[in-house]
Design a protein around this ligand. Structure first.
Ligand code: NOJ
Ligand code: CA
Length: 695
């Protein structure tokens, strides 16, 4: 009896010890190719613990993850490492269009195979780059479980301090917020709920949207985002001030009562962290595109990067309107021809026409918006075929416009006919829009249901050779690598806010923050190029707004803000006789390489880009409300070549408010290694074109 008890006791102890052993694992580590970043993974008390180190110092403190499901027990406790694999990878892939021609994709990989006490497995795949890390969860098949309904994904990022943070609120419906610069513990997203202009906004808690960028007290820059958002909900981050921690909060569906539903097996999007010792390194990083699948469509030759003008700004400043009933319809055949003529005269490739189709009388402010737009029927004063032909004769492409008014079910129904029409007419670009609360109620722009809608549109675009520029989109997660017809998108407070925002438009520090936050996600249809800075063309009694930058900064934006389609958004008459317009005519839209020469988040940024195929370089620099002297070393120019540099700079007395249009244009000759100083005015900028001359 005694012996039997002892044996029982001993075997219990042994069982306890072996279960402890399973619940602890030694550290598994992977370094980035240069060794500057290190990922460490272990199991402690049955839970995952991962951390990230930069040059031996923690940048992410021990952090964990778990998942909560409907009708299925949570996953994240009682885990053990069954197996793990290390690997490395290198390639250079070609961008069909982009900030650069070739992208280096070199990383070390760690795949961890986990199992919980119920025998359920999950793989976590880490890719460790020199410029950051990405990891995703790979769910295999689980016995007896066909699909998982995710109520919460709890991926933790524990911070090492109260970092300075540039953030927008974790809005489930729109990203069109101003960025705030606060310490992490001062993030107060719910105070952003009552924006005077945003009808579609839902900020359930103190969370932020991504990319969210931080600077540590050691001067290290971090940015958190996600890559390859496919058949999943967009991710925001809940702010835990006490723990100095962020936890993923997926955008949900109130209608369906969950965050994500997926058939097993499936992979989640990548959770990403970019790390850089210099602010500009964040912009130069290719982590987000690299974490996407290689290009699916081989032939994208039907899309060419271009500049465009359009019947657009005139609506936003109140000169004309989208709807016919207003009596000041902008999208007429005649007006479109005027824009086509202007484009043709100035070497501009496209003309966007908004308000061309019937339905705009029931657009904004209407509850029932299903079936309002059919996307094929023009208003009676707009002859679609005639303008398309007129454009073709002059080498100018019409850019289609589809405002869905956030009725995606209608758009889904009409997709085939609408895209077939474009295909027949040889229209290869569409700007889409999703203004308003999503119908059906309870869905949000950034939830799984909409993520899948936006993807169907892209796939239809591939089928019909149409490139997509979405407004009120889902955020960019680098999918342009896989689907190069995803050319640009809004997903931020664009230029339009300067026309009508009741809070005074975009302040001067907006874009110097955007360059280090939103722009890390991908191309931006910001629509720069307002020359009538004070909006004198705006009818009286309208909003007393203006653009809060100098004219030189409007030019600089063509280089600073990346997009393969760049609008010259002002009214054609505002460009007439303006010498500064020459820069817009000259500037490239497709790049061989890009260099961030200098910058500080929220203060200023200077970027140089080499145009593909010409060897010409363009430089753009923008500053916030502070004047600044910058030094540019032209060592990026090609050895042995001479360049004719045309410099568009703020004048001595230029000021974004007092004297925004004062600009100095000068021409000099420059070569590699030359160094020059330039002055930027408050809210100012600098634009330089460097055209190769014979050496
Ligand atoms: C919002 C878009 O951002 C804007 O560019 C467009 O003009 C309107 N929706 C109408 O579609
Ligand atoms: Ca918008």
């Amino acid at each position: 009896m005694m012996i039997a008890r002892k044996i029982l006791f001993l075997s219990l102890v042994l069982a306890f010890l072996s279960s402890c052993q399973q619940e602890e694992s030694s550290e598994i580590m992977t370094n980035s190719p240069s060794g500057n970043l290190r990922l460490s993974f272990s199991i402690e008390s049955g839970k995952v613990v991962y951390k990230v180190l930069h040059k031996g110092e923690e940048v992410i403190k021990p952090s964990s993850f778990s998942f909560d499901f409907k009708d299925v027990p949570s996953f994240g406790k009682g885990l053990k490492v069954v197996d793990f694999h290390k690997d490395n990878f290198t390639e250079s892939w070609e961008m069909p269009w982009g900030e650069q021609h070739w992208v280096d994709n070199t990383y070390n990989e760690l795949l961890i195979n986990l199992e919980d006490k119920k025998g359920r497995q999950l793989d976590v795949r880490f890719k460790v780059y020199d410029d950051g890390i990405g990891f995703r969860y790979e769910f295999p098949k689980w016995e007896g479980v066909d699909s998982l309904t995710i109520l919460d994904e709890n991926t933790e990022f524990n911070l090492t301090g109260d970092h300075t943070t540039w953030w927008i609120p974790g809005d489930w419906d729109i990203y069109e917020h101003l960025y705030s610069e606060t310490s992490f513990t001062e993030i107060d997203a719910t105070s952003k709920r009552n924006h005077p202009n945003l009808g579609q906004t839902y900020i359930p808690e103190n969370a932020v949207n991504t990319p969210v960028t931080m600077k540590t007290s050691d001067g290290l820059y971090l940015s958190f985002h996600e890559a390859n958002l496919t058949d999943y909900a967009g991710m925001t981050f809940k702010v835990n001030k006490r723990k100095l921690s962020m936890t993923s909060e997926l955008v949900g569906s109130d209608r369906l009562g969950y965050k994500v539903k997926r058939a097993m097996p499936f992979n989640t999007p990548w959770r990403t962290l970019q790390v850089s010792e210099e602010a500009g390194g964040l912009i130069e990083s290719n982590l987000i595109v690299n974490l996407n699948e290689p290009q699916k469509v081989v032939d994208i030759s039907w899309f060419t990067p271009m500049k465009y003008v359009g019947i657009w700004w005139e609506m936003h400043v109140g000169v004309s309107s989208w709807d016919l009933a207003s009596g000041k319809h902008g999208a007429t055949t005649e007006n479109t021809k005027r824009y086509i003529d202007f484009a043709a005269e100035n070497g501009i490739g496209g003309v966007l026409v908004e308000g061309w189709n019937t339905g705009w009388e029931r657009w904004i402010g209407f509850e029932d918006r299903e079936g309002v737009f059919d996307f094929v029927t023009p208003y009676r004063d707009y002859n679609l075929k005639e303008v398309v032909q007129y454009g073709k004769d002059k080498g100018v492409e019409i850019i289609m416009h589809h405002e869905t008014s956030a009725a995606p079910r209608t758009y889904d129904q009409k997709l085939d006919s609408a895209y077939s029409l474009m295909n027949e007419l040889g229209i290869h670009t569409v700007k889409t829009g999703y203004v308003g609360k999503i119908i059906p109620k309870g869905e949000y722009h950034h939830g799984q249901w909409m993520v899948n809608h936006y993807r169907r549109v892209v796939e239809k675009g591939i089928e019909k050779q149409v490139a997509i520029n979405a407004h009120e989109p889902i955020k960019d997660t680098g999918l342009r690598r896989t689907y190069p017809n995803i050319i640009s998108r809004e997903g931020l407070r664009g230029q339009e806010f300067n026309a009508w925002a009741l809070d005074g438009g975009n302040p001067a520090d907006h874009l110097p923050i955007v360059a280090f936050t939103r722009m890390l996600a991908g191309p931006i249809d910001f629509t720069p190029g307002v020359f009538d800075i004070k909006l004198s063309t705006q009818p009286e009694d309208d909003y007393p707004n203006q653009i809060n930058t100098t004219l030189a900064q409007q030019l600089a934006l063509y280089v600073v803000i990346y997009s393969p389609i760049q609008m010259a958004c002002d009214l054609p008459q505002n460009y007439k006789g303006q010498p500064a317009f020459q820069f817009i005519k000259d500037v490239g839209v497709d790049w061989e390489q890009s260099r961030v020469l200098d910058g500080e988040v929220g203060d200023f940024v200077t970027i140089a880009r080499e145009e593909r195929g010409t060897g010409n370089w363009f430089v753009g620099s923008i500053t916030n409300e502070e004047a600044r002297e910058i030094t540019i070393n032209f060592d990026f120019l090609e050895e042995g070549k001479s360049y004719r540099a045309t410099i568009y700079s703020d004048a001595e007395d230029t000021h974004w408010n007092d004297n925004p249009t004062a600009i100095e244009i000068s021409e000099i000759s420059l070569k590699k290694g030359d160094e020059k100083q330039f002055n930027l005015a408050p809210g100012g900028g600098l634009a330089i074109s460097l055209i190769q001359t014979e050496s």
